[in-house]
Design a protein. Structure first.
Lengths: 400, 400
């Protein structure tokens, strides 16, 4: 008998039919002899509807009251799913975030889970009840309701699995696992049976929108075996595990991120600490910087180029212009026609030829590389957006 | 400076415009120097919508899960009202039932308030914050969410006023007070400035649908000064107080209850304890019996006639038929063409002529009386529904 945590997102519980599909998955798992703790998000558009309602009254409400409002979305889901499971004749109980003992920090709207008091959860498990927990929410030290922000329900599920020592944390989604590439773009993409936390983290941040990074980071920290699995097909999904439990592949996936922009600072004074000035200034304003390339320009001056998420481009430009004199550069140039193509694989570190294979594939496909960045388990290149589909196919065919 | 509890029902907070009307009343009270604790119900049809959603999934859900679901209605209201008050620039905080320390018994769907832990409430009052509390809900000893059933938000308001020692508990509704008769039926009806708890209880149970009896009973028990007042007109309402604080009127109101049925048990054996048998049998099945008339029929047998709420008629008939032999009667006859007309007044007890005045008025209006029942502060008669409008007008004109 295992203890299994199962998480279902908003689209999986959007209407009565889907709620019963979820109830069926949950009760099948339970009937097989497992203890089951379920985490659910708000139904379909509920959260957006509540936000709209609030904005009509106050375009700038306090985050505390917004959290009181939004927490209803999940509290509605848990009771409805519990009712569906009751209908199927199984013992079940729903718990809100605070009832499930989920304590968070003070940051309304984006709170972090601090600890989970498992007393109530363990009591209900000992009664062999299926437990339905509201994702995305908790309480802070004032007993005020908080929400966890983006990816919150995934995080709730992994945190509960860690706190309860669960054998597996299944994240049900509308895709049936993690693929070697986006299957909508690359028809030959194939599903991975398993992948390491680090590979998953790289793939997630590279635009494979399956799991939120926060939940994978937590899974890695607490050694929670995870599985990304479809609530529609009922096929096995992709397991996410510690590196030593996974049979390492040289390359486990190819990912593309279209939402980036490249910023170049032209003719910077060639003084020590100049890179520090640029990137600490941006970091202080919350701009995440990715691939960085530093080169020598004319007259011994330097150019520095780097990428930022498209959504941060305007902010980054403003921050740099405001600090132009302090940093010391001649002009800013921006390119929005580039995207990032990456290969990820935990086996890469022992296989120096992998990067070369990627460049070879790109060269053969006549794709020009603008910038290159490598880490132990990843090689990323900046290429033109218009060439990226061809490039992705070429790289994928090379490795798989 | 006073502490005032203000309660607003679902229609008072149904949309953005009305929420701001409520916010205006609340902040005006606060700005005048008072501490204000506000209790709100779910917006408009929210509760019905949630019930419908549940029934679609499970026509017979557990009461516990139903309470988890329904509590969202009030939790949505409190946050939206808090946001409206924030918009007006006042300090405000919303609290759910459990955050406000409202502890109830175990009876899901119709729980009774057991105690209120006022620590959090007093802390927020000391910070001069307007507090918005979710009506209709609390938690039981397992920390599970409960709802209070019909009239729940009124009860929450009075219970909070009692626990906090509030100076006044204002119940805002869509009528502007308690009238000597239903003003839609009797144009000459006039608003009462004040009334005793007992008078209010009689009027409420007699069909003057202003306040739920539970809240008035609680007000009486804990000596909470109450006021029924309109959230639309901004006129003074009707104060409900202890008898010694109220200038006693002979008759303070005329009320009519159309939703009753009369049941007669014909030819009962004239044995001791027969009335006990009838009414304990009905009480055991939850049938409330009102006016009772016992008379001697043919052959020394008795007839017993009594009234029940129309909604309980079928149940009452079934219970009586099932126990026909045990109780011992020949047949049941039912009349649904009767209604109950009552006059209520705390001064009546010292004024034996009041009942006679009522009968005189009815006689002059040519209204036939079927049954009569009197108490210290009330005289009720059963009359034909079709004659009741005329009768009500005649009685009202006699006294006012």
């Amino acid at each position: 008998m295992s203890l299994i945590v199962q998480k279902f997102g908003g689209s999986s519980v959007a209407d009565t039919e889907r709620l019963f599909n979820v109830a069926d998955i949950v009760t099948s798992t339970y009937a097989a002899g497992n203890d089951v703790v379920v985490v659910v998000s708000a139904q379909g558009d509920t959260t957006d509807d509540l936000i709209e309602k609030a904005k009509e009254i106050n375009p700038n409400p306090s985050k505390r009251e917004m959290d009181v409002l939004l927490a209803n979305g999940e509290q509605i889901s848990i009771s409805l799913l519990a009712m569906a499971i009751e209908k199927l004749g199984y013992p079940v109980i729903s718990l809100t975030g605070w009832q499930a003992g989920i304590h968070t920090g003070m940051n309304y709207g984006a709170a972090r889970i601090k600890k989970i008091e498992t007393e109530r959860l363990k009591l209900e498990i000992s009664k062999r009840r299926i437990i339905i927990v509201a994702g995305f929410q908790g309480i802070n030290k004032f007993e005020d309701i908080t929400t966890l922000g983006r990816g919150g329900s995934d995080t709730t599920a992994v945190a509960l699995a860690a706190a309860l020592g669960a054998d597996l944390c299944q994240i049900y989604t509308d895709v049936d696992g993690v693929y070697t590439a986006d299957p909508r773009k690359i028809p030959t993409a194939r599903k991975l049976d398993e992948i390491t936390y680090d590979e998953m983290l790289e793939l997630a941040s590279l635009g494979a929108q399956v799991l939120h990074n926060r939940s994978v980071e937590m899974g890695k920290r607490f050694n929670v075996d995870m599985e990304v699995i479809s609530s529609f097909t009922r096929n096995p999904g992709t397991k996410i595990k510690e590196a030593h439990k996974v049979e390492k592949m040289n390359v486990s996936g190819v990912a593309r991120d279209m939402d980036i922009a490249q910023i170049s600072l032209v003719n910077m004074a060639d003084a020590p600490g100049i890179a520090y000035k640029v990137f600490s200034t941006l970091a202080n304003k919350g701009v995440n910087v990715d691939i960085i390339l530093q080169s020598t320009g004319r007259n011994d001056a330097k150019d520095i180029a780097f990428t930022v998420p498209s959504a941060s481009l305007e902010l980054a430009k403003k921050v740099l212009e405001d600090n132009k004199e302090n940093i010391g550069f001649e002009s800013i140039s921006v390119r929005e026609d580039l995207c990032k193509l990456s290969i990820v694989g935990a086996g890469m570190v022992n296989n120096p030829g992998v990067a070369a294979m990627m460049f070879e594939a790109l060269s053969a496909a006549n794709v020009n590389i603008d910038m290159i960045s490598t880490s132990e388990i990843k090689v990323s290149v900046l290429i033109k957006k218009e060439e990226s589909e061809r490039a992705m196919r070429a790289v994928h065919d090379k490795f798989f």
